[in-house]
Design a protein around this ligand. Structure first.
Ligand code: ADP
Ligand code: MG
Length: 295
């Protein structure tokens, strides 16, 4: 029987691709983290990431300005570099542009990319342009990370605190968000993080990535989850994607150094990658992520 991608899902597809790929000794971390980590300099690694945004999937041309679309295409990549503790440096942009798009629209889209690039010290160094049915922007971004500041999805330790850099929203600002690079700098310099990810699929789904890679379990406390905007259900926002806050684990002994804008939402406990949700009434329940997946 032929299996469709919707039967196995995005994550299983990526896992099977990862299993079929062999990499050389210059690859420190290949498929499976927010960035690939590559051999580079004596004290630094190179980070390499790519993300694509597609009309109708990640944005709606009727509702979003070209400036905000271009901006988002780069912001999601910067977020992945931040999740690994690095600094973004060089980008190439591939654009699939429908025939009906005007040149001023395309220019505005690039203005969105270049203004954010300038703000984050990124050089735009190339790309590719094609005609396509839907508007597609794919950016590949290189970054640098000091070897002792690299943070991966693996590495969470028993007893670590589980922290997020800001509140979660029912309708996050998925176009205009600012990648959490400043927060990432602080985390790697001051908090001794053991694992980190950016919340792109949803809090529970991205937590599950950390737990699977770290081979650990976690407790998440409903009462500690910060809800932004108007009151909404915690159960909903923990499965809402495109929040782009950083989720990380760190030793409890360093908690006195965390800023007021960060939130401890749980702790690492046990060796099975499962999530125990503790309700406001203290009831414990194992929960599975229901975040966004393609297919
Ligand atoms: P993120 O949400 O952080 O951008 P993804 O869920 O897109 O991460 O990807 C998870 C991992 O799988 C990353 O290491 C990414 O590079 C890799 N990956 C995703 N799609 C592919 C693909 N088609 N081929 C090879 N690697 C892929
Ligand atoms: Mg990511």
């Amino acid at each position: 029987m032929r299996r469709h991608l919707s039967d196995i899902g995005e994550f299983a597809l990526i896992e099977s691709i990862a299993k079929s790929v062999k990499t050389g000794p210059s690859v420190i971390k290949g498929i499976g983290d927010d960035c690939a980590v590559l051999e580079y300099k004596k004290n630094k690694h190179l980070l390499f990431t790519t993300d694509m945004i597609i009309e109708g999937v990640h944005f709606d041309c009727k509702k979003s300005s070209p400036l905000s679309i271009g901006r988002k295409a780069l912001a999601v990549n910067i977020s992945d570099i931040a999740a690994c503790g690095g600094i973004p440096r060089w980008a190439v942009v591939s654009a699939g542009i429908p025939k009906h798009i005007t040149s001023s629209y395309a220019h505005d889209m690039y203005k969105g990319i270049t203004s954010l690039a300038q703000r984050f010290g990124i050089d735009l160094v190339g790309g590719d342009t094609n005609c396509s049915k839907k508007l597609v922007l794919s950016i590949a971004l290189l970054g640098e990370v000091l070897k002792d500041e690299l943070v991966l999805r693996q590495g969470a330790c028993q007893g670590d605190s589980l922290v997020i850099t800001g509140p979660l929203y029912e309708k996050p600002d998925h176009l205009g968000f600012t990648p959490k690079l400043k927060e990432s700098r602080f985390i790697v310099k001051e908090l001794m993080p053991t694992a980190m990810i950016d919340i792109s699929d949803g809090l529970l789904s991205d937590l599950e990535h950390i737990l699977k890679k770290s081979r650990k379990g976690a407790f998440v406390y409903e009462s500690l989850i910060p809800v932004g905007g108007k009151k909404t259900s915690v159960k909903k926002i923990i499965n809402t994607g495109e929040q782009f806050e950083l989720l990380f684990t760190m030793p409890k002994s360093m908690l006195r150094s965390i800023p007021k804008s960060f939130y401890v939402i749980g702790e690492i406990s046990g060796d099975r990658p499962s999530i125990t949700f503790v309700s406001r009434l203290g009831e414990r329940k194992k929960i599975s992520p229901g975040g966004y997946t393609h297919f």
